[in-house]
Ligand binder design. Structure first.
Ligand SMILES: *Cc1c(COP(=O)(O)O)cnc(C)c1O
Length: 353
């Protein structure tokens, strides 16, 4: 078997999805599963759909294209590029939007293609990434509902991203207000009121989510069990549905401090070394081309990552739980950033158990 490899545990992922669907449903919320963390590998997305997920969402249209054979609603999360709109209409049912010009173009193409494309208008409640300013929301909505080929199905917001602004009852109530105003002024009942990402889970569980919020877009908490407001692992969720494996290509006893004049390392920084005497070291075939430093941890608590270069990770295995051999596989837990990068790396094999 080729390594490095990302091992996806189907049972654990399925269990995470089932648990989150159940939790969200208790609060009147239908979760979308965000697939970008695993680059929308169709076999993995299918596990989520089998668990009861009815909507898959991704930031990239190329990823949604991979999911075209899976039966469910597809949502494009990133504000569409003008240059990709034909694919947007073809491969997504709903897209998140904030520009009238883009929505008009989507409308034109939809009409041409004999489709009706659904739009969620993004509202910026303070995080300062995408979205229209709340004061202008009704002006936008007034224009969107007049555009042929598109249907306004909801409003949404993104928090805990660029500005790290946390979701609260107050800032999410901005969406409720818009929902109520649209109902009053236009007699339109918006279907989807999307109150954020994994960072909204704690607010939901505390029962303080405005009652109009009926949707969350969940990536990290679903895949890695991690709530992103303070980074805790949610009880009953697995944080190890994705495990990275790398193979040992060298084992040697060496001093812990390099011999010679220390300059800068392969990436321009000056390293520091603790003198711990002669240590047993292993090199695994996994490096920065696949994964960033400090985003992966050996599952064996006795192992330490000493450093990495583009193609190598050097570990201290002196205090390992057992004596490692050449050719052995070392397993690592990974964070969300690491999951994104190893899934993007063509050098990392992905397999489901
Ligand atoms: C990536 C993304 C999400 C998912 O975020 P998580 O923190 O992983 O849950 C939700 N919404 C949008 C718009 C995104 O781009």
């Amino acid at each position: 078997m080729p390594y490095p490899a990302l091992k996806v545990d189907m049972k654990k992922l399925e269990s995470n999805a089932r648990f989150l669907i159940q939790e969200c449903n208790k609060f009147g919320i239908n979760p979308m599963a965000v697939t970008k963390g695993f680059s929308a590998i169709p076999e993995v997305a299918q596990i989520l759909v089998n668990a009861g997920i009815n909507t898959l969402a991704d930031a990239r249209i190329l990823n949604l294209k991979k999911l075209r054979h899976i039966e469910c609603t597809k949502v494009l999360l990133r504000i569409p590029m003008l240059s990709e709109l034909k694919d947007v209409v073809e491969f997504s049912d709903i897209s998140l939007n904030s520009e009238i010009k883009t929505i008009r173009e989507i409308g034109k193409l939809s009409v041409q293609m004999g489709k009706k494309h659904k739009v969620i208008l993004m509202i910026d409640v303070g995080d300062l990434r995408e979205g229209v300013w709340p004061d202008n929301a009704l002006e936008y909505i007034d224009q969107i509902i007049q555009i042929d080929g598109v249907e306004l199905v909801g409003v949404g917001t993104n928090v805990t991203c660029y500005g790290a602004v946390l979701p609260t009852y107050e800032n999410l109530s901005i969406l409720s207000e818009i929902y109520q105003n649209v109902k009053k002024q236009y007699n339109i009942k918006l279907d989807i009121i999307s109150g954020g990402n994994s960072s909204s889970i704690l607010l939901m569980k505390s029962g303080k989510m405005p009652k109009e919020i009926n949707n969350l877009r969940l990536g990290e908490v679903l895949l890695l069990g991690r709530e992103t407001q303070d980074g805790t692992i949610i009880d009953s969720l697995y944080d190890d549905a994705f495990i990275l494996q790398a193979e040992i290509i060298e084992i040697k006893e060496k001093p812990s401090v390099p011999i010679g004049i220390i300059g800068v390392d392969g990436f321009g920084s000056k390293p520091n070394f603790d003198d711990r005497g002669i240590r047993k070291r292993a090199i695994v075939a996994l490096g920065r081309q696949d994964i960033k430093v400090n985003t992966y941890q050996p599952l064996d608590p006795g192992l330490d990552i000493l450093g990495s270069s583009s193609d190598h990770t050097v570990l201290d295995i002196t205090d390992g739980s057992h004596a490692y051999d050449l050719g052995d596989i070392i397993e690592f837990s990974i964070n969300y950033e690491a999951l994104l990068s190893v899934c993007t790396s063509e050098y990392v094999r992905k397999y489901i158990v």
